[in-house]
Design a protein. Structure first.
Length: 463
């Protein structure tokens, strides 16, 4: 598709407006290519290409529109802001996506939007775009869509059957912050679609097991004109017929995620980490994303970041704490307490926990269980699994630990191997902290300032 000046201008406006939406993951589903369709969503087929601060740049990441009836104090697209406005039609979104895919620029689509007219109208337009991609263009690739809070539940359900991932932005960590900076939004409207997606995924999972059993029993009874393929299920709901794009894909197969803006309101890290833990437990989220606040509106209610810049180091520490909860079996109350409500900016949360709990160290790697190994700074999930597997075959030494991926320059202060430390070390907090700080932590380039982060633009690629 040759880009007209009008489409090119819209693309310029709406890709730039989408750069503040960071929750654009491209994983969690393994749908292979299907004859007669274009693209796939297998893990290897999606380019996991992220910026230094975690922002994904592998998808066509656009807004349906940057027009908005809301006036959120922190949002560049708020209706009181004097910015260029543009809106894609559903057909334009579908054509752009398939055109960029054919040029091998992208592997999938991330679609979000401002609120034009009302949530239902906006969500319906987004649904039409995805429906065109799946039916008219037979696009089988990865699609992630942002759910519009307040939209009719039927629209959420319709989209859920034809996309891979959905997400609902929590916006701000607490209801108080939302009331102050986004008074037209409320927590109930945000959490309602989250719960609907969660329940829909559970029902889909249960139905898929039942359907697989029924399909195996009825395979011989299929009509001859189906070519031996099961007919897609059509479910009547209200005035709509909901046809699943793939009968075996299920409802939102890649799960759901959310995003919180960090630094726009006064919440502590303690509140943010505990909110994230509650979201994982209560809504079965795949990811919580943290977006360092960038003051684009200069509203009087917002903190001034002109000189200090976005709180990227704080965002980085929150991601590290989040990983501890998701992969390292830590609870929020272990990572951060009300007495010290903000994460230590000097060292990562895992090292900080270890220094505050030296009574658990040193750990003997030859005998420690998997859970205990995960608590050791410098030992990751993979290296912990390798240690558990290898010691069944023989005795470990420090050289083998290094081969397993253990970062010994961190771990050496907290472990013994066959009863011996790597070198004589005092198990004292100040001594270990001084040495860890001397190592120099590898931080994202956007934090160190070695290179300025700028989201990749499809407009940079030329023809």
């Amino acid at each position: 598709m040759a880009l007209s000046q009008d489409i090119f201008r819209k693309l310029e406006i709406l890709t730039d407006a989408a750069k503040y939406d960071v929750a654009c993951t491209s994983s969690g589903v393994d749908r292979k290519g299907v004859k007669g369709t274009m693209g796939n969503a297998v893990a290897g087929g999606i380019c996991h290409c992220f910026g230094a601060d975690g922002r994904c740049i592998s998808l066509l990441k656009i807004l349906h529109t940057n027009e908005c009836v809301y006036d959120c104090k922190y949002c560049i697209n708020r209706y009181s802001n004097d910015v260029p406005r543009a809106t894609f039609t559903p057909e334009e979104i579908a054509e752009l996506t398939i055109s960029f895919y054919r040029r091998n620029y992208i592997e999938g689509l991330f679609l979000s939007s401002g609120i034009k007219n009302n949530p239902d109208y906006t969500m319906e337009q987004m649904y039409q775009a995805i429906y065109l991609l799946r039916t008219k263009y037979k696009f089988n690739g990865y699609i992630h869509v942002k759910t519009i809070p307040g939209a009719d539940s039927l629209l959420v359900e319709k989209l859920g059957w034809i996309v891979d991932r959905m997400s609902v932005n929590l916006e701000l960590p607490t209801a108080e912050g939302l009331r102050t900076l986004a008074p037209q939004k409320n927590r109930r409207k945000i959490l309602t679609p989250m719960k609907q997606i969660q329940m829909g995924r559970k029902e889909s999972f249960l139905l898929s097991g039942h359907k697989a059993l029924e399909d195996s029993r009825s395979q011989k009874a299929l009509p001859s004109d189906t070519g031996g393929a099961a007919l897609p299920e059509v479910r009547e709901s209200g005035n709509y017929a909901l046809q699943e794009f793939h009968a075996d894909s299920g409802f939102v197969p890649a799960g759901q995620s959310t995003q919180m803006i960090i630094g726009a309101s006064a919440e502590s890290d303690y509140e943010i980490v505990h909110v994230a833990e509650a979201l994982y437990r209560q809504f079965d989220l795949k990811r919580v994303f943290y977006s360092a606040f960038i003051n684009t509106t200069q509203d009087s209610l917002l903190p001034d970041t002109t000189e200090s810049g976005p709180p990227l180091l704080r965002e980085h520490r929150l991601y590290q704490a989040d990983f501890l909860m998701r992969f390292y079996q830590f609870r929020a109350e272990e990572i951060i307490t009300a007495d010290n409500p903000n994460l230590n900016v000097q060292i990562d949360p895992k090292c900080n926990w270890a220094l505050n709990h030296l009574e658990h160290f040193p750990v003997e790697v030859q005998t420690a269980d998997y859970h205990t190994l995960l608590r050791i700074p410098g030992v990751g999930v993979k290296s912990a699994k390798r240690i558990v597997a290898a010691r069944r075959m023989g005795t470990l030494d420090y050289s083998s630990l290094k081969k397993f991926g253990v970062v010994l320059k961190r771990a050496m202060y907290f472990i013994t191997c066959n009863g011996k430390m790597m070198m004589p070390i005092r198990l004292e907090k100040d001594f270990i902290l001084t040495n860890l700080l001397g190592l120099g932590e590898r931080l994202p380039l956007a934090i160190t300032g070695e290179t300025a982060y700028r989201q990749m633009s499809l407009l940079d690629m030329g023809g």
